[in-house]
Design a protein around this ligand. Structure first.
Ligand SMILES: [Mg+2]
Length: 117
């Protein structure tokens, strides 16, 4: 069973994702509220998949993606971000993102991306 680390500064977004992930047979490894916490929890828990918001205080999702992939070149990070961030997609893929999904998202797109990881 895949474990997923949810990273988002919005409690509502985290709750929605957690509900989706758990109801689909995956495990929520933990939840992080910014990129810094995400990196710490990634090192501690080695989740199979990370869902990553981009706009967050302290450390944004792009920097966290890069640092997590520097730490673990096999890390599977799915970026989930506001529509206005689409210009970041190219750089995210360069950093090795597993997928890039814009909000509002279809639940199935998230599940498909996790499944592919
Ligand atoms: Mg955010």
């Amino acid at each position: 069973m895949k474990s997923v680390l949810i990273v988002d500064d919005s409690v509502v977004s985290r709750k929605m994702l957690a509900k989706l992930i758990e109801s689909s047979g995956y495990t929520v490894a933990s939840q992080a509220i910014n990129g810094k916490e995400a990196l710490e929890l990634y090192k501690k828990l080695s989740p199979d998949v990370v869902t990553m918001d981009i706009t967050m205080p302290e450390m944004n999702g792009m920097d966290a993606l890069k640092m997590i992939r520097d730490y673990d070149p096999d890390a599977k990070v799915i970026l989930i971000t506001a529509a206005g961030q689409i210009e970041k997609k190219e750089l995210a893929m360069e950093y090795g993102a597993a997928a890039f999904i814009t909000k509002p998202y279809d639940n199935q797109d998230i599940l498909d991306a996790i499944e592919k990881c």
